[in-house]
Write a protein that binds this ligand. Structure first.
Ligand SMILES: Nc1nc2c(ncn2[C@@H]2O[C@H](COP(=O)(O)OP(=O)(O)OP(=O)(O)O)[C@@H](O)[C@H]2O)c(=O)[nH]1
Length: 515
């Protein structure tokens, strides 16, 4: 896996973890709290409906009480007269009291007088309300109060052939609330659509009346006065209004209109998620710029170095300390390796014993010199040098003395070469080779004479030599201007032949090929 891919996957993983944490926090903590607050508001709205219903009942109960606790009503129940009814229970009375029925119930639950009148449509009800009002109202058992001035009252809902109605009933008492409990007065009011509208207006809810007959199972629907409690959030719910026997008679389909929950993915969450999604790409860009790019550039440069077989210091700098240290250390390593390489190259071209060029260096230089002199039509000379009777020297004075002698001869030979292009090399054993560029025959000859003399002047004692008491050398040279030279090997061969001639001629002398 590349560093780039790794960092990208890493950032994506981070983004996923942070997003999951954020969404999880919203899902498990924040959002339920928001919904719970809305549920509290909804509870208040439902409570408002309950209060409104109660107010309606109270209103009816007050009118009912006014008529029930009245001397004339009290008298009527004992001594009924037509005049009382015609004076006090006119059509207008129903309209002003907003009732659809009034019933006087005398002793032993006997109905004394009753009338049904639709106060909205202003017409007598075709069926007298009492016929349809269930017996429960008439049979209401009022608590027998020990207080003589108490006026037992009842109110609530009841189901009738007209549909659900509100009712209020009070014991008939004299206006000073004295006298025997001789009967009761009952008012009823139909539950109309207008009541539902009033409830909706008052509670700021959308309320419709459900069809109680079509509803399959109403037992599970809570009463309007029941609290929402810990119920889950919902924008719609059903509530029932129960009659005095506890039977559901009205279904209210309620919709909360002013407290829609905010979207789960609100603007803040959306912005944070967008930021979280963007972060991996920004991180990737930064990581790429700061870390990966310098590293990949470095890798490319190193691969190129491997390909070229040449180490060069890395360019570029990084603000990251570790990467900068890596670059610096690598460059230091490159310098060390290059230095070692240089040293090795030098060592590879140097003779270990004498410190002058070795045969490999000689051949390289000879090849270059050949090209140079051929191109510029210059003379090129090779001088082969060999120490005389060196085997005897070693045999007489030992190998170490032999090494020392070789070193002295090498130093002497190199001291006599002053031009940069010239070279003296140890050709092998006690044999040396000299390259002289742009040197004519006479100069080669005088150079050889000087070298002969110089070695002689070293005055190295050579007991095994039959030509001198001191160490001597023999020299053989060949110059390109002497013959039709076609190759460097030919020149080398002739120089070697000249040396052979010098040896054959008695040693301790110099020979020029062909002379
Ligand atoms: N001490 C020492 N001896 C070396 C070295 N290289 C070669 N020799 C010796 O040089 C001697 C060369 O002997 P030969 O090739 O027979 O030649 P020579 O004895 O010099 O006789 P001529 O060349 O004919 O004068 C050998 O005995 C080698 O062992 C070296 O590095 N150190």
């Amino acid at each position: 896996m590349t560093l780039r891919r790794f960092s990208f996957i890493y950032s994506i993983c981070l983004m996923c973890i942070f997003s999951a944490l954020l969404i999880g926090y919203r899902y498990y903590f924040e959002y339920p709290q928001i919904l719970q607050r809305i549920v509290m508001l909804q509870t208040r709205e439902l409570h408002a409906v309950d209060i409104m219903i109660d107010q309606q009942l109270q209103q009816l109960a007050i009118s009912n009480y006014d008529y029930a606790v009245w001397d004339e009503s009290y008298e009527f129940i004992q001594y009924p007269t037509r005049a009382f009814i015609t004076e006090n229970f006119l059509d207008d009375t129903f309209t002003s009291l907003k009732i659809d029925g009034a019933i006087f119930v005398g002793k032993n639950k006997k109905i004394q007088w009753e009338r049904g009148f639709d106060y909205v449509e202003k017409r007598a009800l075709s069926v007298e309300p009492l016929d349809v009002v269930t017996a429960e109202i008439v049979n209401i058992t009022y608590p027998t109060s020990s207080q003589t001035d108490a006026v037992p009252q009842k109110m609530g809902f009841i189901s009738t052939n007209y549909g659900p109605v509100m009712f209020a009933s009070s014991q008939l008492r004299q206006s000073d609330r004295s006298g025997q409990q001789v009967g009761m007065l009952l008012f009823i009011r139909k539950v109309r659509l207008s009541l539902i509208h009033q409830l909706a207006d008052f509670s700021q809810l959308s309320i419709t009346q459900g069809d109680i007959n079509a509803q399959q199972n109403i037992d599970h629907i809570p009463d309007i006065s029941a609290p929402i409690g810990d119920a889950a959030f919902s924008l719609t719910r059903q509530r029932v209004i129960k009659d005095i026997t506890g039977k559901a008679i009205i279904i209210l389909n309620i919709r909360h209109i002013n407290n829609d929950p905010p979207p789960f993915f609100n603007h803040t969450l959306q912005i944070i998620l967008v930021v979280l999604i963007t972060i991996p790409f920004i991180l990737q860009w930064i990581v790429n710029l700061m870390f990966i790019r310098p590293i990949t550039i470095g890798i490319t440069n190193i691969v190129n170095m491997i390909y070229r077989g040449e180490l060069t210091p890395l360019k570029g700098e990084s603000n990251i300390l570790e990467i900068q240290k890596l670059i610096t250390s690598f460059n230091q390593l490159v310098n060390i390796v290059n230095q070692q390489k240089e040293d090795l190259e030098v060592l590879a071209l140097k003779d270990a014993l004498t410190g002058i060029a070795n045969r490999r260096a000689f051949e390289n230089h000879l090849s270059l010199s050949w090209s140079l002199t051929q191109r510029n039509a210059l003379p090129l000379a090779i001088v082969m040098v060999d120490i005389d009777f060196f085997k005897h020297y070693n045999d007489n004075l030992g190998h170490q003395a032999g090494d020392a002698a070789i070193q002295q001869v090498a130093t002497t030979l190199s001291q006599h070469l002053v031009r940069n292009d010239d070279m003296v090399a140890r050709y092998g054993g006690e044999e040396f080779a000299i390259i002289l560029i742009n040197t004519d025959i006479s100069h080669v000859q005088s150079m050889m004479s000087r070298l002969l003399l110089a070695v002689r002047h070293l005055a190295i004692s050579h007991p095994g030599s039959s030509v001198s008491s001191h160490l001597t050398i023999s020299l053989g040279a060949a110059v390109t201007t002497q013959f039709e030279c076609t190759s460097v090997d030919e020149l080398l061969l002739h120089a070697d032949q000249a040396l052979y001639q010098a040896k054959s001629a008695g040693r301790n002398n110099a020979m020029l090929w062909g002379s």
